[in-house]
Design a binder for this molecule. Structure first.
Ligand code: FE2
Ligand code: FE2
Length: 297
């Protein structure tokens, strides 16, 4: 990876998430991760788009790893006594609705940036969750996530080599997600309980994720100078250019969009829509929760 574990780690000053008193929060958090891993089915789409055999082999293996991660989270949730429930609509939209429309967008935005963001969240849980068996499972899974991020970085560098227009487009699209994270941090600043030992750090943690995203963009060659040295106008132009290009290249599917919105247009239900009813998730063997319910809030 182009960033080290140290660079991607936030200093929580030994603050801990308690499996008993923080169960509600952990249940919410692990359900977002569970959904994220379920979107691993999208790897199938990209396997079909793979530019070479090496990439195809990587993706075939990745799809298997993401499905194993689904079981990892089911196991952790079962140990902590957390129920599987729907992910937040915003998470569903970000992970499914914003699927990249080209190979370059997939590797740059979803793998290098997106999985990079998730990896930082995994590191944060490893560093704060006061439940060793869950932490051990996560420690094994992050090794694989690190390889996914690294693949995204390498493929992004390959994709933009000699293609200035593509570099600008990916940069413009990345600026939008970074802006969204900044807004989210500001929104949370006022709403998070200041007396919670871990939650009070979330806005600062989100700021670090943006800082790391910027460093990664510099190291991949998407950015040639720190964002602070770029004017607002230049950033706005990059974003406009990126979306104009995306709009034009997606014009055909855009034209078909009104048809798809008609009530009779059949919408295929994918696993990401129905996984909570899947027998594997529904009947996942529930280990006796390590933490008695009486400890929970
Ligand atoms: Fe994963
Ligand atoms: Fe992954």
């Amino acid at each position: 990876m182009l960033l080290t574990r140290e660079e991607m780690s936030f200093e929580f000053n030994n603050a801990k998430l308690d499996p008993g008193t923080d169960r509600e929060l952990l249940q919410w958090m692990f359900n977002q991760f569970l959904y994220g891993e379920m979107t691993g089915i999208q790897v199938g789409h990209w396997l079909y788009e793979a530019p070479d055999l090496e990439a195809a082999k990587f993706l075939a293996r990745q799809s298997l790893e993401e499905m194993q991660h689904v079981d990892n989270f089911l196991r952790i949730m079962s140990m902590l006594g957390c129920e599987a429930s729907p992910a937040h609509p915003v998470i569903r939209f970000l992970a499914t609705g914003m699927m990249g429309s080209s190979w370059a967008e997939h590797v740059a935005l979803e793998m290098a940036a997106g999985e990079g963001f998730v990896l930082m969240a995994f590191y944060a849980v490893i560093d704060t969750l006061d439940h060793q068996p869950s932490v051990d499972i996560l420690k094994r899974a992050v090794k694989q996530e690190e390889r996914h991020v690294e693949f995204g970085e390498q493929q992004t560098m390959k994709a933009i080599a000699g293609k200035h227009w593509l570099r600008r487009r990916l940069l413009g699209l990345s600026l939008v997600s970074m802006w969204a994270v900044k807004r989210l941090a500001r929104f949370m600043q006022k709403r998070l309980p200041q007396d919670h030992p871990v939650l009070k750090y979330i806005p600062e943690f989100l700021a670090l994720t943006n800082q790391c995203a910027e460093t990664r963009m510099m190291r991949m060659g998407l950015l040639d100078r720190p964002l602070a040295e770029m004017s607002r106008l230049k950033k706005a132009l990059l974003v406009t250019e990126a979306y104009a290009g995306k709009f034009l290249s997606g014009l055909a599917s855009f034209v078909a969009l009104p048809l798809k919105l008609l009530p009779f247009w059949p919408k295929k239900k994918r696993l990401t829509d129905i996984y909570l009813d899947d027998p594997h998730v529904r009947d996942f063997p529930h280990a006796r929760p390590d933490v008695p319910a009486s400890n929970a809030k």
